[in-house]
Each structure stands twice: as structure tokens, then as C-alpha cells.
Design a protein around this ligand. Structure first.
Ligand code: SF4
Length: 298
């Protein structure tokens, strides 16, 4: 767990019933995919109850993002039976000596890799493994990540470094472009471009031989804001339509007041209309958002 993470007072956190009400409202507006992120969602004491309830709502896809620090194989199977479809694991290095410094967590690399294998074996597939590539930090591991995808039969996704890091050290010169990463991988592997769905945030490749895939998320050099239909809600009910805007509104007061379902629907429609046209990282006057990815939920 990131040592800079600040806990929100319990009273400010939404209850399970409030989460479910929001999800039902979102579904009535046409949202059919849900991703449970964090912080670290596996620390949420009522995760099983949440999965059990959302598993019955009829969503098309339920996914979860984790750092893989405390997953047991029996949990993976149980989550699958409750209705979870897919899991994404964040893992920014395959080098055990670097792990603590890069991830700011003391969980061993072996533990995270065992979790990835357990998730794959429980058919929470495809298991996606996300790595943010930073120049001078882990860009010498790009090919290792491709090898890892093949060996562990997972979808490895290499992400351009965005200004959402907890240390607030992002500078443009630290960004390794998706094209650059692809060139590095092509020196060792024959990869074939796949056809991506319209709302896919990654450009995906499979290996000519063997399983596993590689995807590139080029959020900095090839922004995909035009295809972005995501909306994020934090644990305290703060709703943020765009990762790179500090504009956000809380739905908590409405939930705890006498707001009708129509009032809540209108709240989400209004928030969605505020979505940014683009993140503006290419502009000289770009201002990084105040909140980090671990607060917003990736
Ligand atoms: S910057 Fe905002 S609109 Fe663009 S892809 Fe990210 S979240 Fe979506």
C-alpha cells in the first residue's frame, strides 16, 4: 500500500447499499460495465458481499483492479463464482530489487506473480497485468514484460507514464511512447496487431506463436478521449468524469438526503456532460490533477 495514502473517515464512505443504488442508477442510464478499483479493493471488508450483489444485477462485465498483494487461489475461484469476470493486476517491475522502490509496497514479486497465476487458473480471464513504463526507471524491462505475457499467458499492458503518480515527479521527458515500446518488443518477438473494440483504450497485439498478448495504452502520445465513456466514483461518493480534470462532485449528500432516482440520474447525466474534450497534456499550460491515481481509481 502506498505510504502516502490517507484514509477517509468511515462516515464519509458510501455504504454497500449506497454503492448498489448508484450502480442500479448507472445501469438505468445504459452503463453495463463495472470496474472495482481502489486504493486496494481487496482490503474492502465487504468485497464478497459487494461482488455477490453486483453479480446479480445483470451487468455485462464486472472487473477488478488490484496490486495482487493478498490474493489467495480460493478467493479467486470464489470471486469467479460470485460473478466477477476479469481482474487487472498492477505490476510496474519484474525486478525484485526494484520492486519496493517502484511500487512503494513491500509485497514480494513472487507473491504478486503467484496471485496472477491463481487468477488465470480461476479463469478470471483474460488476466491483464498493467505496467506503467517510465524512462530511466523500468524502460529496460519492456521486452521482459513481453516475455512475461507469453510465459504466464496474460494480457500485458504497457502504459505511457501519466501525471497521476503519487510522488508528483512526472515530466514529459520521462514518457516512453507506445511506438517506442513496440519497436523494442519487435526486436525479439513477432507480434500481430489485433482488431480492437471501438471503446478499447489499448492497441493490442498477439504473438505469432504462443499465448499471451501485449497491449499499449498510449494515453499521452495518442490520446483516446474521443472514445472514452468512463465515469469514476470514489469510495466517498465523489464523482469525477475525467482523470485529468479536477472537476468533481459528490453524490453522497443526494444519496443520504431525499433525492429520488430521477434526481440521481440527472446528477450523473450532468456530470457526464462535463467530460473533457482532451486531457491537454500536449499543451504548455497543462496542469496536473491534484489527486493521484490511487485516490481516483484507475
Ligand atoms: S483524459 Fe479524461 S476523457 Fe481523456 S481518456 Fe482520460 S479520462 Fe477519458
Amino acid at each position: 500500500m502506498d505510504p502516502d495514502v490517507k484514509y477517509i473517515p468511515k462516515m464519509q464512505l458510501l455504504s454497500l447499499d449506497e454503492y448498489i443504488r448508484v450502480i442500479k442508477i448507472a445501469m438505468s442510464l445504459g452503463i453495463n460495465k463495472l470496474r472495482i478499483t481502489g486504493g486496494e479493493p481487496t482490503l474492502y471488508p465487504r468485497l464478497d458481499d459487494l461482488l455477490e450483489q453486483v453479480g446479480k444485477l445483470g451487468l455485462k462485465d464486472i472487473a477488478l483492479t488490484t496490486n495482487g498483494s493478498i490474493i489467495r487461489s480460493q478467493w479467486a475461484s470464489r470471486w469467479k463464482s460470485l460473478g466477477l469476470n476479469r481482474v487487472t493486476v498492477s505490476l510496474d517491475t519484474l525486478n525484485s530489487q526494484r520492486k519496493d522502490a517502484i511500487t512503494r509496497s513491500h509485497t514480494s514479486l513472487t507473491t504478486v506473480i503467484k496471485a496472477i497465476d491463481a487468477l488465470r487458473d480461476a479463469e478470471l480471464a483474460p488476466v491483464k497485468v498493467n505496467a506503467v513504463i517510465m524512462r530511466g526507471v523500468n524502460d529496460d524491462e519492456v521486452v521482459d514484460f513481453a516475455d512475461f505475457a507469453k510465459e504466464h499467458e496474460v494480457d500485458m499492458r504497457l502504459i505511457e507514464f501519466m501525471p497521476l503518480d503519487a510522488g508528483k515527479r512526472w515530466e514529459k521527458r520521462h514518457v516512453v511512447s507506445a511506438n517506442n515500446m513496440l519497436e523494442m518488443i519487435k526486436e525479439k518477438h513477432n507480434v500481430i496487431r489485433e482488431e480492437d473494440s471501438k471503446t478499447s483504450t489499448s492497441m493490442n497485439y498477439r504473438f505469432e506463436e504462443g499465448n499471451g498478448r501485449i497491449g499499449f495504452i498510449a494515453s499521452v502520445t495518442q490520446a483516446f478521449c474521443g472514445a472514452c465513456d468512463r465515469m469514476r466514483m470514489m469510495a466517498d461518493g465523489t464523482v469525477r468524469p475525467c482523470l485529468f480534470s479536477d472537476e468533481e462532485w459528490s453524490v453522497r449528500a443526494l444519496l443520504r438526503g431525499n433525492a429520488s432516482d430521477d434526481d440521481l440520474r440527472q446528477f450523473f447525466v450532468n456530470a457526464m456532460w462535463q467530460k473533457s474534450i482532451g486531457h491537454g497534456m500536449d499543451r504548455d499550460d497543462f496542469q496536473r490533477p491534484e489527486k493521484t491515481m490511487s485516490r481516483i481509481g484507475g
